[in-house]
Design a protein around this ligand. Structure first.
Ligand code: ADP
Ligand code: ZN
Length: 639
């Protein structure tokens, strides 16, 4: 087997991402490497593929228990023998893992850095053939980094003491030159091949907003993203508690995570998020280092983080499946005050006062770069790439600042040249509200009631019918009665809604399900509000995620339904079956045979065996017209 076959067979991908192949080749040629790639850039594959090709067992040194568990679970699902060794296992289980490792049962063994200091483990490791040691999150070795872990300092000595020092591969998403220098020196990398790539994440949309009323702004952002999964980062535990409580009170499926919660609750909440039982996570920066959830479609920072590294790492947890995703930072001056306070009161007891002072100076410098990002009007993506030393065009054309600038240029006089206005999001709100009303009552209702529900009016009839319990209740409370009515009329005009021939009731047409489930966009000529006509549509948020390839939307939905069934049967998160990107490719290629299925991006051998039949059958059924196309029925995604 060669690296291409391994990529295909085990991971189901047909090509490497920038930087991956160079790093893999170097490792296979016996060179140490340092790979600097952003979160989600695909670092794991850079050591997993060599691990599959080299004899012996690759040691992966990884800082977080949850990270190991997820990675090992994912590898096992791809048919790769891997295990982890950490304190979450009982002593008996740990002995068993060691025994099996010695028998050569694993291609990869994940361990926490602390483990390397245990004499028992050292004794085992000396008897293993270890061709490669991969150090994940290698920046933890640097005292100047944000996540210094003293146990990382013992890695180099441990590797040196093995009978044959393994090829050492370090990976990080933190690219500052000082941290890189520390990694090279403290891990004792020998003439390493260095790769810094992939910092641009074209599928991420960046924006900074400075709303007067943050709580309200957050609610609006979340309302536009109902049914999607996302993370809301707050600077403090207290902030997490407040924001989470507020969101839950408003009916959002939110959960929380911060270091002040008991271990058990943290774990429960993390799982609720990971399995989409609670798709909105409100958390401090304690959350996320080990999270590998690919369908996160937004990361909202309720407060400004303390550095651009931290920001990019946290924001980078969005869109790991390659789908469009939003990274929005809600900035206020108070955030700067808080950040200064946190820096002033941070301390690391392992540092001398002198070192502490130096760390603080650096923290302030990092904070300044972060503040500049929030206040500048230039391309946000460009500023981020600058920070990581990657070249980029002057304007990306797809961040908040670029869009605002383009809008200003397009419409120097403001309203006069307002182009067609995109009203997809309000249209989705209206249509899904009517659909939910119908589902609840079993019949259609008239305009008046619909508008009252959308605007969250507690009218007698609304309460009698229990319509205030709908998740769409109050979705458009910020709009006037007239504005909502006008939108409803527009949808009637465009054929998404129709009047009942006998009663005064509105019904959804088949066209409505294209908007609700297949990503069809809706626009109109007359602007909603004068000032909004100038603002680019994109800034109003709530973009639709992949609707599937053009013309294949129905099949895409059918495949998603199949995935939901499989995931539910196994009680695993949906993305562990296949990502949206994989399903989109599957819908485009519409394979009929197991071989054709293997040509779909993201379908590996093991998963093809496991799930192939279900998907091939779904495709066949769809093509015979058996798949329901029109009436939306509790499928995943919106609304
Ligand atoms: P990192 O460790 O750098 O944060 P991961 O290794 O977890 O990132 O990879 C992020 C995602 O990208 C994973 O879902 C992974 O399967 C996917 N991926 C990695 N390499 C490729 C590739 N060559 N083609 C397509 N997808 C890839
Ligand atoms: Zn830009």
């Amino acid at each position: 087997m060669d690296k291409h076959e391994a990529l295909r067979q085990f991971f189901g991908y047909s090509s490497f991402r920038p930087g991956q192949e160079e790093l893999i080749d170097a490792i296979l040629a016996g060179r140490d490497v340092l790979g600097v790639m952003p979160t989600g850039g695909g670092k794991s594959l850079c050591y997993q593929i060599p691990a599959l090709l080299l004899p012996g067992v690759t040691l992966v040194i990884s800082p977080l228990i949850s990270l190991m568990k997820d990675q090992v679970a994912a590898l096992n699902r791809e048919g790769v023998a891997a295990a982890y060794l950490n304190s979450s296992l009982s002593p008996t289980q740990q002995r068993l893992v060691c025994q099996r490792a010695l028998q050569g049962a694993y291609r990869l063994l994940y361990v926490a850095p602390e483990r390397l200091e245990s004499p028992e483990f050292t004794a085992v490791a000396r008897r293993l053939a270890v061709p490669l040691a991969a150090v994940d999150e290698a920046h933890c070795i640097s005292q100047w980094g944000q996540d210094f872990r003293p146990s990382y300092l013992a890695i180099a000595a441990f590797l040196r003491e093995l009978p044959r020092r393994p090829v050492t591969a370090a990976f990080t998403a933190t690219a500052t030159t000082q941290v890189q220098a520390d990694i090279l020196r403290l891990l004792e990398l020998r003439e390493p091949v260095r790769q810094v790539t992939g910092f641009d994440r074209p599928n991420l949309f960046f924006d900074v907003q400075a709303p007067k009323n943050k709580p309200q702004a957050l609610l609006a952002l979340l309302q536009e993203r109902q049914g999607q999964s996302g993370i809301v980062y707050c600077a403090t535990r207290d902030g997490v508690e407040k924001v989470c409580a507020r969101l839950c009170k408003q009916g959002f499926p939110a959960t929380r995570y911060h270091a002040g919660l008991p271990d058990q609750e943290r774990q429960q909440n993390q799982e609720a998020f990971q399995f989409d039982r609670r798709p909105v996570m409100v958390a401090t920066n304690a959350f996320g280092m080990g999270i590998d959830k690919s369908n996160v479609s937004f990361v909202i920072h309720y407060n400004m983080p303390k550095s651009l590294e931290a920001y990019y790492q946290e924001a980078g947890r969005a869109g790991r499946d390659g789908e469009p995703a939003d990274c929005i930072l809600l900035y206020s001056k108070q955030d700067v005050v808080t950040a200064r306070f946190l820096i002033q009161n941070s301390g690391n007891s392992q540092l001398t006062p002198q070192q502490q002072a130096q760390v603080r100076r650096q923290d302030y410098a990092r904070l300044q770069a972060m503040v500049d990002y929030c206040r500048s009007g230039s391309c946000l993506r460009g500023q981020l790439l600058d920070y990581f030393g990657q070249a980029h065009p002057q304007r990306c054309g797809s961040c908040g600042n670029c869009l605002r600038q383009a809008a200003q240029e397009d419409a120097p006089g403001g309203l006069a040249q307002a182009p067609e206005e995109d009203i997809t999001v309000p249209a989705q709100m209206i249509l899904s509200c009517l659909w939910r009303i119908h589902k609840k009552l079993g019949y259609d209702v008239g305009r008046m009631l619909l508008v009252q529900v959308l605007r969250g009016r507690q009218r007698q009839r609304v309460l009698e019918l229990g319509l205030n319990e709908l998740s769409t209740f109050g979705l458009m409370r910020r709009l006037s009665h007239n504005q909502v009515s006008e939108l409803v009329e527009e949808l009637v005009r465009q054929g998404y809604l129709r009047d009942h021939p006998l009663y005064s009731a509105l019904a959804l047409t088949p066209a409505a399900s294209r908007v609700l489930f297949q990503g069809e966009r809706v626009s109109r000529r007359t602007p909603l509000e004068p000032e909004k006509a100038v603002a680019p549509e994109r800034l109003q948020g709530g973009r639709t995620r992949t609707a599937g390839p053009a013309g294949r939307e129905g099949l895409f939905e059918a495949l998603k339904a199949t995935r939901t069934q499989l995931a539910q049967a196994e009680q695993i998160p949906r993305y562990l079956v296949f990502s949206n990107a994989t399903l989109a490719d599957m819908a485009a290629k519409a394979p009929h045979t197991p071989e054709e299925l293997l040509a779909v991006n993201g379908v590996g051998r093991v998963k093809a065996q496991k799930y192939g039949r279900a998907f091939l059958e779904a495709i066949a059924a769809y093509e015979q017209g058996a798949a329901p196309q029109e009436v939306p029925q509790g499928r995943e995604g919106r609304p």
